[in-house]
Design a protein around this ligand. Structure first.
Ligand SMILES: O=C(O)C[C@@H](O)[C@H](O)C(=O)CO
Length: 272
């Protein structure tokens, strides 16, 4: 197993709460992003005091109440499986705040963190606020739900997006990278991928590589695994018969998603 692949764990951490997968800045080579996914049984409560990190709470499945102790958003979340392919509700919570998530139904919740110093208002990002985009042609088709895109100024550094790729298709493809602070042509953003598969026994392949191949890892990724993209190109290939979902978190010094395609494969975009 390469050091960019974090396998799903399923570790009970509190009554009614199971840690599914995640990473901290201490446990990964990332400087900006932390991430975790928790499974929650009904009535379970997860509380956290944020330090100098902002957090986007994405209700992957089920229904929850989220409170920042000033405002409570009740019964949020829209789906029982991510593969319903409808957007979901999320909540943005600023650095230095605390929050509580209480499960109303069995729920799977993603917590996307990035370092942040400037306080911002808590915000409910409703499912209807997600920008829904179909990208690509031929075997490069994917469906994108933009939860926190760079056009939305609710966050200091976090970018959050979910992506669906049908079997036999490729996404994050042609391979692109965002590891140079060279705006307007490219921004420097770390990235994480939290993957789900339908059916669950499926797998996808993800390669993370740089032009000079000083980094070049190709991973077999299974349900609930996380892939870390500290730099480099990061395409995903989905085998026939399986559908892929992933939740991307991106963060870096500037909150802008500007990428460069691998020049060797950019011709993919020129096809009709
Ligand atoms: O369009 C896609 O296939 C999704 C990717 O852009 C993905 O969100 C990503 O790699 C962002 O850098």
């Amino acid at each position: 197993m390469g050091h960019l692949l974090v396998k799903a764990k399923q570790t009970p951490i509190e009554p009614g709460i199971t840690f599914v997968n995640g990473l901290t800045r201490g446990s990964s080579q990332l400087e900006y992003i932390e991430f975790k996914v928790l499974d929650m049984k009904p009535n379970a409560k997860y509380r956290e005091q944020l330090g100098k990190q902002e957090c986007c709470i994405v209700v992957l499945t089920g229904k929850v109440n989220v409170s920042d102790h000033d405002t409570t958003f009740q019964n949020i979340g829209t789906r029982e499986s991510v593969f319903e392919k409808t957007p979901t509700d999320s909540v943005y919570i600023s650095n230095d705040r605390s929050f509580e998530v209480e499960a109303v139904t069995p729920a799977r919740v993603a917590f996307c963190y990035s370092i942040s110093e400037r306080s911002l208002p808590t915000r409910l990002i409703k499912a209807a606020d997600n920008g829904v985009e179909k990208r690509g042609i031929l075997n490069n088709q994917r469906l994108v739900h933009n939860i926190l895109p760079d056009s939305d100024t609710s966050a200091n550094s976090l970018l959050v997006v979910e992506v669906y790729t049908e079997g036999g298709n490729w996404s994050s493809y042609p391979p692109h990278k965002h590891d140079q602070d060279n705006i307007p042509s490219e921004s420097m953003l770390e990235e994480t991928y939290y993957h789900e598969l339908n059916p669950k026994q499926g797998f996808v392949f993800q390669r993370v590589y740089t032009d000079d191949r000083s980094l070049d890892e190709t991973m077999s990724v299974e349900h609930a695994d996380v892939v870390i993209v500290p730099r480099g190109y990061h395409p995903v290939g989905v085998p026939d018969g399986y559908a892929s979902y992933y939740l991307n978190v991106m963060a870096g010094p500037k909150r802008l998603w500007k990428f460069s395609n691998d020049p060797d494969h950019e011709w993919i975009l020129e096809r009709q």
